[in-house]
Design a protein around this ligand. Structure first.
Ligand SMILES: Cc1ncc(C[n+]2csc(CCOP(=O)(O)OP(=O)(O)O)c2C)c(N)n1
Length: 698
């Protein structure tokens, strides 16, 4: 019954198409769909979302090579089957079995994912895989691979920011991408007419992407169009978009009643005319490839196979609660290494420049991607200036779109599991990419360890970069340039957050952060970019800190999750101050002033890594001093600082002889522009000093 038909002689993909195999794949998808839909109705599992009407996606996958990349969405069961041939996988995930290939039974069904088969991990967030797919395309292009990434989403998906960011990635960089909009006319209850105005094809063409409208109810037409578009991409003519018109034969999902929002006549017409499996069967019979009787025979044979597979899957283990913390975070094992290079006094900016050069020298695929980073200025702060001159092509300027940036860096890292660097100019502006960042941090967990999405986000945060509070004479950062930002990242499971206070730590931690398999946010405090070591009230440099402005040449790393404990003064410690970033310098100044005046010692614990923070060091410092102050540059709302404070109260209560103190910026938007207001907004060494005195007097 298998007939090889060379569908297109001119095709660059030119895989002989086995049309009967394609038909069988589509029938397998439909039968699996119908069985799972029934099982959900029987209460065998809580949720199902189906593929009926979308089976032509198998024809698109048939037009691709096995080593092309796929970014599928929940209607793409047929695409999964065409690529993997695995009928067990969808059943295993529907029944939440630990054997599930997509998330080991951890995720909802229909979230297609497989590293082995180059299927990127689908999210529930509609269209959100797009920016990552763009990153994969970016990497394929840089490596001059012949590979393509195919990204599909629905008509509703085409309205999302994620889709638009993906479109921009593909268009601006002319990436080897096939974007498929599976337009079934519905987004839950919303008709597709509200998702865009005018013609999707013309819109795409106007934006620099070749596009075609295709009849998805006709699998052969879909295959021929896919072959054409794939050829267009492979021949180097840039990305392509397929507006694939389909019919949705079922309700949106098992949670939706189709009759409440779709008219009877429309459902009947869709069923009669837009069923790609029926249409293809009819075509095969008409063209003499199958007999009428084969149609039912194939369906029955496939149903028996799936029922057999289902019986096997039901014997397989379900997840236990004991594994709920598996694959949350992947922190590299730190190797003790003594910096050997000659030490030179430098600034934090100098140290960051050096670290980026080291990373680029060690990994030929490492790059920094962000706004202005490829200009001779090296980004607005000059962090990539050396990279631009010393290693051309490794610092690449991006469009002004933070989601584009995060997607490119993170998706590129997914190909080989190594971090690429995304520079976000000011932490405030990460917000338009917040979903992509959160998802990058979720990939390891969601895929039960199958996928990593390493990503190194460097971003200027907190006060400074100008302003009276900094050492520069430029204007204050004000709103949009001054948020501290830690709570945005420390609240994300699966994310590592680092905030160095000194040039030495910045270089060593940045080099280690690039080894992490989990995403890292590296908060660079603007005020520290060019700062000198802190001084006491008499103008003397605080010796405990000064050495960290001397930075060794070459490669060295510092451990993630380890605080630095700094002792200022002599005798037993009377107060422990927990701080990070700029506040370490303010705390050291306050500690030195108190120690000079009172002959006591104060310990400053520089957290360095905020998430996961060094619980041992914090507990030990509190145990020794019995008094503690947590100080943060964040607004005093639900901040990361409050989390540390709360942790101390909960875990170190019996070691405290005084009120655990908390100092933060004010509960106002960060930060007023004019000097007096800016200074009033942030905590300073003086605020900390007063608090130490208060505690000592308790
Ligand atoms: C970003 C986001 N917003 C809302 C939802 C809830 N939601 C799930 S599916 C869906 C409709 C998607 O429609 P479309 O992209 O046309 O795909 P279809 O289901 O019609 O195939 C919505 C709104 C979601 N999952 N993600």
């Amino acid at each position: 019954m298998t007939i090889n038909t060379r569908a297109t002689e001119a095709s660059a993909t030119a895989q002989p198409l086995d049309i009967i195999a394609l038909y069988r794949t589509m029938v397998t998808a439909r039968v699996t769909n119908d069985i799972l839909k029934t099982r959900k109705t029987q209460g065998r599992f809580p949720f199902y979302i189906g593929c009926a009407g979308h089976e032509s996606m198998a024809a698109i996958v048939a037009a691709l090579h096995e080593d092309d990349w796929l970014a599928l969405y929940y209607r793409d069961l047929a695409a999964w089957l065409q690529r993997t041939g695995d009928i067990y996988g969808p059943l295993r995930e529907a029944y939440s079995r630990t054997t599930g290939p997509m998330g080991a039974g951890r995720n909802m069904p229909s979230h297609y994912s497989s590293k082995r088969h180059r299927i990127l991990p689908a999210f529930s967030e509609v269209a959100a895989l797009g920016p990552f797919a763009g990153g994969v395309g970016f990497s394929l292009q840089r490596h001059q691979s012949q590979g393509i990434v195919m990204y599909s989403t629905g008509d509703g998906g085409a309205a999302t920011n994620d889709f638009n960011a993906t479109f921009r990635q593909a268009a601006v960089h002319q990436l080897p991408m096939l974007l498929v909009v599976e337009d079934n006319g519905w987004a839950i209850t919303a008709e597709s007419s509200i998702q865009w105005s005018g013609s999707l094809v013309e819109w795409a063409r106007g934006g620099g992407i070749y596009a075609e409208e295709v009849d998805g109810t006709d699998p052969m037409a879909t295959y021929l169009a896919a072959t054409r578009l794939v050829q267009h991409i492979r021949e180097g003519h840039g990305p392509a978009l397929m507006h694939l018109r389909l019919g949705l034969l079922d309700a949106h999902s098992s949670s939706t009643d189709i009759k409440t929002y779709r008219k009877k006549e429309e459902i009947e017409l869709t069923t009669a005319t837009k069923d790609p499996v029926k249409n293809f069967g009819r075509w095969l019979v008409e063209h003499g490839h199958l007999q009428e009787t084969d149609i039912e025979a194939i369906r029955k044979e496939i149903r028996a196979d799936i029922e057999h597979a289902e019986a096997t899957v039901l014997q397989e283990p379900e997840p236990g609660g004991d594994r709920v913390m598996h694959y949350v975070l992947d922190i590299p094992q730190w190797q003790e290494n003594t910096p050997r290079g000659t030490k030179r006094q430098t600034t934090m900016l100098g140290a960051i420049n050096e670290a980026l050069i080291e990373l680029a020298q060690r990994d030929p695929h490492f790059f920094v991607y962000g706004q202005d980073v490829g200009s001779p200025k090296g980004g607005v702060f000059g962090a990539t200036a050396n990279l631009v001159t010393q290693m051309p092509g490794r610092a690449i300027s991006s469009p002004l779109n933070e989601q584009v940036i995060i997607g490119i860096a993170s998706g590129a890292g997914m190909i080989d599991g190594k971090a690429r660097c995304a520079e976000i100019q000011f932490v405030d502006y990460h917000q338009s990419a917040a979903q992509t960042i959160r998802l990058a941090a979720r990939i390891l967990y969601q895929s039960y360890g199958d996928w990593h999405a390493p990503l190194l986000i460097r971003t200027k945060s907190g006060s400074g970069g100008g302003g009276p509070i900094s050492s520069s004479t430029a204007g204050g950062g004000a709103y949009g340039h001054s948020n501290a930002g830690e709570q945005w990242f420390t609240s994300i499971p699966g994310m590592i957050t680092i905030c160095p206070a000194t040039p030495f730590d910045a270089k060593g931690l940045l080099l280690e952060a690039a080894r992490a398999k989990s995403p890292v946010t590296f908060l660079e405090r603007g005020r520290l970019y060019r700062s000198e070591p802190p001084k006491d009230a008499a103008g003397n440099i605080i010796s405990a800190m000064a050495e960290y402005w001397n930075v060794p040449d070459g490669y060295y790393t510092l451990p993630i999750g380890k605080a630095r404990r700094l002792r200022i003064g002599t005798g037993p410690t009377s107060v422990a101050i927990i701080a990070w970033g700029t506040m370490v310098l303010e705390a050291c100044t306050a500690a030195a002033n108190i120690a000079n005046a009172g002959g006591i010692a104060v310990e400053v614990v520089d957290l360095r890594t905020l998430a996961p923070f060094d619980e041992e060091a914090v507990a030990a410092a509190v145990r020794e001093a019995n008094r503690v102050i947590v100080v943060t540059e964040e607004s005093d709302l639900t901040s990361f600082g409050r989390h540390i404070h709360s942790w101390i109260v909960q875990n170190c209560f019996y070691d405290l002889d005084g009120t655990p103190a908390f100092i933060a910026a004010l509960q106002a938007p960060a930060a007023p522009y004019y000097a007096t207001e800016e200074i009033a907004f942030y905590p300073t060494a003086r605020t900390i000093e007063e608090k130490i005195e208060e505690l000592l007097a308790e």
